[in-house]
Every structure is written in C-alpha cells, then in structure tokens.
Write a protein that binds this ligand. Structure first.
Ligand code: RUB
Length: 324
C-alpha cells in the first residue's frame, strides 16, 4: 500500500482519524488526491485496530472518524467521496469481523484505484504534449505533474512555468518535484501569469472539485489563469480523477470555498487598525474556460461532468449526498 500516513493507536478509537483530520486541517497533508487517500487509510486503520466485539460501537467510532475527516477541509469533494467509498455497505455488516474486512477492502480498493488513476491520467494527458512545449501549472497538483512527468518519460522536452501560489507557496513543491524528475522549470509570482501567457502552449491544473455543470474548483487564482489562457487562446486543461467530481452539486449544493486564517497572508501587527484581511483559498472556473478534463476514463469535455458523476460515482453516491 503506497499511502500509510500514520500508525499505531489504541483500540480503533477515532483518534487516528482525528489526527489525520488535524494534519489535513493544518495542511501537513494537502492536495485533494492525497487528502482522499489519507482519509480512506485513516478509517481503514481505525477498523483494523478495533479490539472490541461490539459491531455497533465500531460503526459509531467509524462514523465519528468519518465526521472529523470531512469537517477537516470543506472544499475538496475527493475527501467526501473517499470516506463514502470506504464506508459503503457498513450499515449492513452483521458483526465486527464483517465490518472490519469490508472497511479494509473498501479503503484498499479506493487507495489503489486512486494511485492508478493518477498514472492513467499521466499517460492520457501526455498525448496532448509535444516536445518543445511550454506548460504553465498553478499550485501543486500530483495529477497535473503526472502528465508532465509522463511526457518527459516519453522523451519529450517540456518547459514548465510554475506559479508561486501565495500564501502557502505550493509552487516551491512543484519546482522541487519537477527538478527531482529531471524536468526544468521556472518559478513565477502569481501576478506574472498574464504577462508570461504569451510564451505558454498549454495550461495544466489539478482539481479539488468538479461540479455537475463542469465548473472547476481549484486553488485560488486558477480562474484568473483560465481567463488569461482564454484571452491568449491557450488550451486550459484540468487533470482530475473521477472522485474529484461532486455528486452533491447534482443536488444543487454549492461548493463551500474554504477561507483560512488571515495570519497566513500577513502578520496583523503590520496592518493599520481596522484593516480587514480575507484569505479564500479556492475559486471557481466556469466550464466555458476549460478546454478539456483528463480523467482516468479518458479526456472529456467539462460538459460531460454530470455523466461522469452518474456513471462513475453512481446513483448511490447522489443518494448518499442527499442523506448527508
Ligand atoms: C491544492 C490544489 C491542487 C488540487 C489537486 O490545494 O489546489 O491543485 O488539490 O491536487 P492545497 P492533486 O494545497 O490547498 O491542498 O492533483 O494532487 O490531487
């Protein structure tokens, strides 16, 4: 298993899930795919560690764990899809053993599929890149970087512009990751995107959530990158596993955009009295600015989002979203 993010706690308490939820909240664990795999793994660990005999008690603890995980960061639907997939069928398990093995196998299947999805997206997306191309990417997305790395592995020479992505500066992770893979990159500040766009052949970004109308929710600034790409006629491609699509949006639910502490942007002592600071960390890019979405089931139009939700995540997930 590629994603063992914590180990050892007593008796299947929600503690492991709470610890992981805290690490997600503090952004020690970040990126929508990793958040999802870590949440699935936290519930798997909780089921594995339970030593009691009471199936209702284990179910209750898993539900507490699920709750603390989904409350840890509100925007990425990958987190909700992961915990739902991990606990699917849990209400029907008759004893501890049945519940434990169901949760373990669900979690392992989710984690394995998630890892494979990133690989497949890399392969499919790389067909859109030719040698000598310049890619711009925003923030730090494993799925988007997977595409660049797959193209590089095929012998294509790819140049990358990576945005700094204030305030957390995930762009530093991106250039580090690319450098380790032997891929050259140039770091730019977020406000340089429109100026640099004339040198860019394609934009590749990841996704936290894709709505049923095809809108993309991703790191703050993504929609400005999309506008600049649209203006310059540069294709804007999203790289997203199918569990980044949101069944909740089918029911008309709006995606909650997380706002984090102002201290992440500026030390309040540096500001004159009365000045407010806001720190929204994601934004929404409408479908009309998206060229295509690379998923593990193929390259699709953003307008196919509803079909992906129904066919890949299933009516069951829409039903569960309704129950929430
Ligand atoms: C990360 C971010 C990434 C997506 C997709 O934001 O917006 O583009 O999560 O990442 P944060 P991946 O740093 O706030 O979590 O492709 O790795 O799932």
């Amino acid at each position: 298993m590629s994603c063992r993010v914590f180990s050892g706690h007593q008796d299947g308490e929600a503690l492991g899930a709470i610890e992981i939820a805290d690490s997600i909240k503090s952004m020690e664990i970040r990126g929508a795919g990793l958040i999802a795999r870590s949440a699935a793994d936290a519930l798997r660990q909780q089921a594995e560690d339970y030593r009691g005999e009471d199936v209702e008690e284990l179910r209750k603890r898993l539900e507490e764990g699920r709750r603390s995980l989904i409350d840890s960061r509100p925007t990425a639907i990958s987190l909700w899809n992961a915990v739902q997939a991990t606990l699917r069928g849990a209400s029907r398990a008759r004893d501890v053993e049945e519940l434990r093995s169901l949760v373990i196998s669900n979690a392992e299947r989710f984690i394995e599929r998630s890892g494979k999805a990133v690989e497949t997206i890399g392969r499919i997306g790389s067909h859109r890149l030719r040698s000598g191309m310049t890619v711009l990417t925003h923030c730090n997305s494993k799925a988007a970087l997977g595409v660049i790395k797959a193209a590089h592995a095929d012998g294509k020479e790819i140049n990358v512009y990576a945005t700094e992505s204030r305030p957390w500066r995930q762009g530093l992770l991106t250039v580090r990751d690319l450098s380790e893979a032997g891929i050259g990159s140039t770091l730019i500040i977020d406000s340089a995107v429109r100026w640099i766009m004339k040198e860019v052949d394609v934009v590749l970004v990841g996704a936290d959530t894709i709505c049923s109308n095809g809108a993309l929710i991703n790191k703050i600034g993504t929609s400005q990158v999309a506008l600049a790409a649209d203006e310059a006629r540069v294709p804007f491609i999203v790289c997203a596993e199918t569990y980044k699509f949101s069944p909740k949006t089918v029911l008309g639910e709006m995606v909650e955009i997380e706002e984090r502490d102002a201290n992440e942007i500026v030390d309040p002592r540096q500001l004159p009295a009365g000045v407010k600071v806001r720190n929204p960390v994601f934004d929404s890019t409408p479908a009309e600015h998206i060229d295509s979405i690379v998923t593990e089931i193929g390259l699709i139009s953003p307008y196919a989002a509803y079909e992906v939700i129904v066919k890949e995540l299933g009516q069951e997930s829409i039903f569960e979203a309704n129950e929430e």
